[in-house]
Design a protein around this ligand. Structure first.
Ligand code: NAD
Ligand code: DAU
Length: 350
């Protein structure tokens, strides 16, 4: 039985990757290593927690001795590394956590993988999940390609860029078999409501202001989270080692246009008059260093591995809104306690 370590599996994307792997690969043993920060939630994995091929391990990737012992005990065959501090606004107010988890944590994993596997790298793989934000910001036109030069602007994207460089350095220096993918903005069930779409769904539900940064003209390329998990699966199993793949939905939206679509869908679902939720839109001070536009060219992944997104955005956004409205207890749980403090610090005085 192959042993696979998935880090950050209690988070948004990680939980979808865990679900896919546990159900699709009964002959793999899936170990989910997660620190359970504010963003990690075992509620996300209720449907797989009792499967015989799944184990949850609570732990911090920043603790190098612990990581080394874990690799010695489990002798993993592969790693899919998703654990990270992931929210740009938090990286602006508290960069150190991002440096520790995203950079030091990644190096701890790389070091242990190298030490355990060094006598025989055959059949082993370290898969690093990264972001399109490492490429910086586009103007009105153009796309990010796999060979676009890195140009990160936030502490979050700089920490992810740094981790990508270290992953490549371990490949080039020690021969560690690695793959990196850089994905665009994900949306879907189980995303923590600090990110645009679940935050606005929750605020619309409570008739609270919708804080649009700047003029709402920034553009993001949105991909349904299950399609990201499918891409990770395709790349993990069929991508040549040492390579990078861009993942994206060719689904660009100006923030303000996406927010208006969300308002319309929510008005319909909540039985409110069309246009009611749009009145909640409130323009607030822009995010510092706010990248204007992200757009991914994912033709390499489509051409070489035959991956295409399975959902159109209209269908994906309906599914997403339905999930949050049908899982209000999940939303209420994650927005209790510390969330209020974060929310007040972020939006309270604007
Ligand atoms: P998330 O914040 O929802 O989840 C991160 C998970 O990592 C949480 O479960 C958290 O508890 C865990 N974690 C954090 N610090 C840890 C530590 N020190 N040790 C162990 N576990 C720790 O993030 P997400 O949105 O699911 O993103 C997952 C990965 O995908 C990240 O690497 C992120 O950079 C990348 N990514 C995200 C997106 C997106 O749109 N969300 C897009 C592209 C790439
Ligand atoms: O591109 C991939 C990245 O997408 C991932 O690497 C990150 O982990 C993920 O958080 C996401 O980053 P963004 O900064 O693009 O996502 P966020 O949901 O925070 O914001 C999306 C856009 O909406 C961005 O232009 C900022 C804007 N925004 C966001 C919030 C939270 C607002 O206008 N108001 C808000 O309150």
């Amino acid at each position: 039985m192959k042993k696979l370590l998935i880090t950050g599996g209690a988070g948004f994307i990680g939980s979808h990757v865990i679900r896919l792997y546990v159900n699709k690969y009964p002959d793999y043993h899936i170990c989910n290593l997660d620190k359970l920060t504010y963003a990690g939630n075992l509620e996300n994995l209720k449907d797989v927690e009792n499967k015989p091929n799944y184990t949850f391990i609570k732990g911090d990737i920043v603790d190098g001795d612990f990581i080394q012992r874990l690799f010695e005990e489990y002798q993993f065959d592969g790693v899919i590394h998703l654990a990270a501090e992931s929210h740009v606004d938090r990286s602006i107010s508290n960069p150190m956590e991002f440096i520790m988890t995203n950079i030091v944590g990644t190096v701890n994993l790389l070091n242990s993988a190298k030490d355990i596997w060094k006598d025989n790298f055959k059949g082993k793989l370290f898969y690093h999940v990264s972001t399109d934000e490492v490429y910086g910001s586009l103007g009105e036109t153009g796309f990010f390609y796999e060979d676009t030069a890195y140009d990160p602007h936030s502490p979050y994207s700089a920490s992810k860029a740094s981790s990508d460089h270290l992953v490549r350095a371990f490949h080039d220096t020690y021969g560690l078999p690695i793959i990196i993918s850089n994905c665009s903005n994900n949306y879907g069930p189980n995303q923590f409501p600090e990110k645009l779409i679940p935050l606005f769904i929750n605020n619309i539900r409570h008739k609270k202001p919708l804080p649009v940064y700047g003029k709402g003209e920034n553009v993001r390329d949105w991909l349904y989270v299950v399609d990201h998990a499918r891409a990770i699966d395709a790349i993990y199993h069929n991508g040549p080692t040492g390579e990078t793949f861009n993942i994206g939905g060719h689904n660009e939206w100006k923030n303000i246009d996406l927010i208006k679509v969300l308002c319309r869908v929510m008005d319909k679902k909540l039985g409110r008059t069309d246009g009611e939720s749009e009145k909640l839109i409130t323009y607030v001070t822009d995010r510092a260093g706010h990248d204007l536009r992200y757009a991914i060219d994912s033709s390499k992944l489509q051409r070489e591995l035959g991956w295409v997104p399975s959902l159109q955005f209209e269908e994906g956004i309906e599914k997403t809104v339905d999930w949050y409205l049908n899982n209000q207890k999940w939303l209420d749980n994650v927005t209790s306690g510390n969330y209020q403090k974060y929310y007040n610090e972020m939006y309270g005085n604007r």
